[in-house]
Design a protein around this ligand. Sequence first.
Ligand code: GTP
Length: 600
Amino acid sequence: FPAENIRNFSIIAHVDHGKSTLADRLLELTGTISSNHLHQQVLDKLTVERERGITVKAQTCSMFYKYNNKNYLLNLIDTPGHVDFNYEVSRSLAACQGTILLVDSSQGIQAQTVANFFLAFNEGLTVIPVINKIDLPTAEPDRVINQIESTFELDVSDIALISAKSGIGVDKILPTVIEKIPPPSGDINKPLKAFLFDSWYDTYVGVVCIMAIVDGKLQKGDKIMSAYSEKKYEVVDIGIMHPEQVTTGYLHAGQVGYVICSMKVAAEAHIGDTFYHIKNPVEPLPGFEPAKSMVFAGVFPTDANEFNRLDESINKLTLNDASVSVQKETSTALGQGWRIGFLGTLHMDVFRQRLEEEHDANIIITRPTVPYKIIYRDGTSKLIRNPIEFPDSTEMQNKVSELQEPIIMATIILPEDYMGSIMDLCGSRRGEQLEYNYMDESRVMMKYCIPLAEIVTNFHDELKSKSSGYASFDYEDMGYQTSDIVKMNVLINKKPVDALAAILHQSQVAHVGREWAKKLSEVIPKQLYEVIIQTAVGGRVIARETISAMRKNVTAKCYGGDVTRKMKLLEKQKEGKKKMKMIGNIELPQKAFYDFLTKD
Ligand code: GTP
């Protein structure tokens, strides 16, 4: 296929606006998959994705299509559908020359529509707006067309109105793609420049990379090098996704396909990386960033005996997901575990779900922490990802010049009726309004600057419940800002419990401190002695709860009974103790921590 007969494009949309359904229709229309295939949505592969109806991992597929008597190779590059994966979306888009901006005609433009549009716009892509779900009785295509025109200033004169579900209008999409989107501009005679934008781990063949060949030609047996890691690889298999791997032996400029090249772990396949022939280095493509975890949490097995088995499971899952970072961690309260870094909270939920469902894990996850930055007086700085690393008072006084926290810019789109309650929510989360605009007479787009820490603790759920599900939300990274943050300890009988410490903004301490002390007092069972629960910042106690002592001794009911019964009871208690944790002079059941950390 000469480059002028190739089109590389993607579909971008807000969650549930029908991206996967449209992709399936296009694959059927081109005969890439049959229309009576049993499992719908070929492009969404993980079970978690199917259950939750969201695309976590992008999948790419090539199609052959005849138009005006010419044969075309159309590469549909799918993009992940969630804000946690915005970097991956931007890299997938970098492999395209154009994109279909799909908008649900009953929902209109939503936050991710806006975020994705700007990602595509910044990549210089041709954007083709398409209105979906026109079969719905609640469809308002005219209103949505107006929104598209006023928000994105796109030409809507011959906009396609479709139903990806029933197939209405879908036949117009590919001709428009061919006519409006430019072919890739690479040069087959230049040295190889290959752009990696997706990868996954396959148990049989190892890491499978999806690459776009920008210039030159890549074939089986070629020796290539990563511009980022400078590691060398040999291509052992290469071809197109149609929809599964079909070996071609080579890919040339303008094409997109899979490359298998003896990479051992997914972590070696850096999304956004450039590859070239070993002896012929080229300037890498711009925009590369190594994967960056933004949310960290401690993960501990509920049963310490499970540590080794779960360690293996976690290794398996990370083999598959290069964007998860893992370190071993030991907590006095929760024992041996791991500190795991994720791209965001959805990514964390997906990981947890896979660990629980595919690996039968029983785990405790601590409250998520964002990476805070400590700036020292000598000009150096350090990121901390665990409250344990927070500087103590001597270090604060002598060495630290300031503390910073990550902030984001949130885009929130909502019906104007909910503006008041959502502004209150953002205010209570330390948000600062930057601007708001009416998108039409009743829809508003607000921009807020909010600390990331406030987003990772239930923000999305609250946003949804306070807007009856109508507000949508997306965000982008805005770097770091100076912040008045402190470490809050939870003390049980005066002993700090490491796994429960938290880094908080000064303004949240009083409220969180009271709430946590109360919640803990509800999950810790009565002991033989009085138990005092306190939350404190440094030496300052924020809240205190007391659990009074148990009235009777456990063996009391055996008084007068025979000795063996008493022995048996003590024996049984010993068994139970294995699942207990010593905190200072008291023993707490692991379950109390579990209840505390999962009860919200
Ligand atoms: P993500 O994978 O999360 O990005 O979602 P998506 O945009 O891929 O949405 P998906 O294709 O999974 O569609 C979401 C829901 O909308 C599904 O229940 C589809 O059946 C439905 N849907 C998609 N297109 C249409 C349409 O044209 N009409 C109607 N009525 N429903 C549609």
